[in-house]
Design a protein around this ligand. Structure first.
Ligand SMILES: C[S@@+](CC[C@H](N)C(=O)[O-])C[C@H]1O[C@@H](n2cnc3c(N)ncnc32)[C@H](O)[C@@H]1O
Length: 245
C-alpha cells in the first residue's frame, strides 16, 4: 500500500506513539528519528508535491503553546478555537483537553489532516479537521485563533501575520508561539509566556529552543512581508492581557 493512497496507514507504519518533552499528558504519533521518515516520504513527496512531514514532530512552538493552554485553561475553556497550521494537532488537542467548547485544526497537508485525526483519537478528544488554507478567507468565527511555529519561511510568514492581525482586529484572541524563526513578527505583540523547549540536534541543530507565546495585537509597525532582512522578535513589546473577552 502506498503512502499516497492511505496516509493513516503510512503514519501508523512510520511513527511511534510518544509524549513530547513539555507535554507528558499528550500522546502523539511522532517520528523517532528525523532522517528515516524524511527518506520514506521523499518518493511520495516528489510525486505529489506534498510538503515535508511536519506533522510527525511536535515543534517547539506547538509544545510551548500547548503547554500554555494546559496551564491557563481559562484562555480557551468553553470557547471555540481554531489551530492554524496544526501539523500533528498538538495545540488543537491541548485546547480540547483544556476545555474548549469546539476545536478545529486547519491544515493544507493531507498527511497532517490524517495525523491530526489519529492523534485526536489517541487522546480521546474531538478535533474537526479543516483541510483548507484559511489565509485568504474571512476571519474565522472561533473566539481564539492559535498558530504555532508557522513563521519559518517567506512569503508564508507574511501572509500568516497579515491574517493573524486581521483576526485580532475583528476581536479574536490571537495566540502565536514562535521559537525565534527568521520571519516571526517582532512588533505588536504581548508576551504571555516563555518556555525552554527540549528539541534534538538532528531536527533543530540545538538541544533546546527558547520559545515565546505571544498575544498578537491588531497592528504592527512593519509587516514581515515588507522587511528587507529577517529579525528576531523582541521580548515584552506591547501591553495588555493574554486573555480574551
Ligand atoms: C512547522 S509546522 C507546525 C505544526 C504545529 N503547529 C506545531 O507547532 O507542531 C507548520 C504547519 O503549517 C502547515 N501550513 C503551512 N501553510 C499553511 C496554510 N496556508 N494553511 C494551513 N496550514 C498550513 C504546514 O502544512 C505544517 O504542517
Amino acid at each position: 500500500m502506498s503512502s499516497d493512497s492511505d496516509p493513516a496507514a503510512f503514519i501508523r507504519a512510520n511513527t511511534a506513539v510518544a509524549a513530547p518533552p513539555l507535554l507528558p499528558e499528550i500522546r502523539l504519533h511522532l517520528a523517532g528519528e528525523v532522517t528515516p521518515l524524511w527518506q520514506a516520504t521523499e518518493a511520495s513527496l516528489a510525486r505529489s508535491g506534498l510538503p515535508p512531514p511536519f506533522w510527525a514532530f511536535a515543534w517547539a512552538g506547538g509544545q510551548a503553546l500547548a503547554r500554555y493552554l494546559l496551564d491557563h485553561r481559562d484562555t480557551v475553556a468553553g470557547k471555540a478555537v481554531l489551530d492554524f497550521g496544526a501539523g500533528s494537532g498538538v495545540v488543537a488537542i491541548a485546547a480540547a483537553l483544556a476545555g474548549a467548547a469546539r476545536v478545529a485544526a486547519a491544515e493544507i497537508d493531507p498527511f497532517a489532516a490524517a495525523a491530526i485525526a489519529a492523534n485526536a483519537a489517541l487522546n480521546g478528544v474531538s478535533v474537526a479537521v479543516v483541510a483548507a488554507d484559511p489565509l485568504a478567507g474571512p476571519v474565522p468565527a472561533a473566539a481564539v485563533v492559535a498558530a504555532a511555529d508557522v513563521c519559518y519561511e517567506q512569503p508564508m510568514a507574511g501572509r500568516v501575520e497579515a491574517w493573524l492581525r486581521r483576526c485580532a482586529a475583528a476581536g479574536r484572541l490571537v495566540l502565536l508561539a514562535d521559537p525565534g524563526r527568521a520571519y516571526a513578527p517582532r512588533d505588536g505583540l504581548v508576551e504571555c509566556a516563555r518556555y525552554l523547549v527540549p528539541t534534538s540536534r538532528e531536527l533543530e541543530d540545538r538541544e533546546a529552543r527558547d520559545t515565546a507565546v505571544w498575544r498578537v495585537l491588531p497592528g504592527a509597525a512593519t509587516p514581515a512581508s515588507a522587511r528587507a532582512t529577517p529579525r528576531r522578535p523582541r521580548a515584552g513589546r506591547g501591553r495588555g492581557s493574554c486573555r480574551g473577552a
